[in-house]
Design a protein around this ligand. Sequence first.
Ligand code: GAP
Length: 492
Amino acid sequence: MEDKTTIIENDIFKNVVSHAKEYGFVFPSSEIYDGLQAVYDYGQNGVELKNNIKQAWWKAMTQLHENIVGIDAAIFMHPTTWKASGHVDGFNDPMIDNKDSKKRYRADVLVEEKAAEYAAKGEQTKADDLVKKLARLLESNDLKGVYDLIVEEKITCPVSGTCNWTEVRQFNLMFSTQLGSVADDASTIYLRPETAQGIFVNFLNVQKTGRMKIPFGIAQIGKAFRNEIVARQFTFRMREFEQMEMQFFVRPGDEMKYYEEWKTLRLKWHKAIGLPAEKLKYHKHEKLAHYANAAVDIEYEFPFGYKEIEGIHSRTDFDLGNHEKYSKKKLQYFDNELNKNYVPYVVETSAGADRVFLAILCNAYTEETVGDGEQQKQRTYLKLHPALAPIKAAILPIVKKDGLPEKARKIYDDLKYDLRITYEDKDTIGKRYTRHDLIGTPFCVAIDHQTLEDDTVTIRHRDTMQQERVKIEELRLKIRKQTSFKSILELC
Ligand code: GAP
């Protein structure tokens, strides 16, 4: 049975999901056709928020590090890329079907959920043992062992409630499609399951044209695609999503030093964009991906529990080494100081833009009671970092007459080149404040009759609802200062 806290947390998550839809942040994809499972579209406010998150990442990576540059590689890549990277042979999830409900599950997730159940009941040792046992079985690719574990633990299908399982099989997560008009094997290509390979194959191009010296990094933001078996929890696990990845090329032997450094720096970034420290933690991998010799996740405490939002991996020379082998092209760096060539080692930071977006949205969603006695009412708003907010300021004449709209328009026209702002004159000022609270606009600028007399306006602050009177000529600087990325970057 779920405890009371879980029920409240789940309700909060439901509210966040419906808020996202109702206020133009996230819509189900092709909703008029009842949607497409695990695919979502970002609406008018969602795209602004997501772009701001991506900018905060891009700036933190490229502007704050002289030795990191960005690229934008194509989604389609030569098919051999995925052979060399190990994805054709190894990018699998163990799946299992329930014969009664015909539902498909990730076998490892079923076991992990059982472990979480033990932990929730206070049986932590039992939970840890189960996770370790699973890791051992997966490492040795013992699928029969995973099946036996599921049966032994009496894990049932949440839909049928039975233990009538098929055997556990491996399922490749890459989407494939055909290039050109001839449908034969030679023309089968994949939608990239990670953006990283676009960086690896461009390693030498960037190193040579940018005259980069090791250690240096290449950053990229782009779409990735995975045919996820378990697709749920809204935008947390999607089939089409966006990654913000950076590969840091280092001398062999230096990788653990940089791995530790990037672990710290990435956690700092998540805190800087507004995620509270007490809701963030590291989770060291028991089972390592085929390319890694060390890996840790940064997890955020969503209403449905702690979940990964970013992975930091020490990828050794696995990728560059394999691309050398398969392409028969040298992918080496000549180190002047050491006077020798080598294949660099790589430390990767890989954050999901959609997961960070979801974490930011869950964290910003605030319901509170304001006022006293009969005046008491419920208020919902998004407490977003001002630099991330979709709209920085709303320019609002308090009434639609007496020359106030004209004055407000002038202010809007003057500021719109520098700031993402909006002008609105419909409905009462109170309703307009509420609308902007709901999408997280940090500042509402009210133009009233006094404005016509002394060129001052009222700024209403979203979080405190407090108002201050300022001169129009001070507006630009004030809003720009408070919504600038500087306050994020200074903390990175
Ligand atoms: N290049 C390494 C890599 O792709 P990963 O841990 O598989 O590593 C990195 O993915 C990040 O991408 C994750 O931390 C997560 O934020 C995001 N991600 C992965 N699969 C996702 C999915 N199905 N939906 C949304 N985000 C996903």
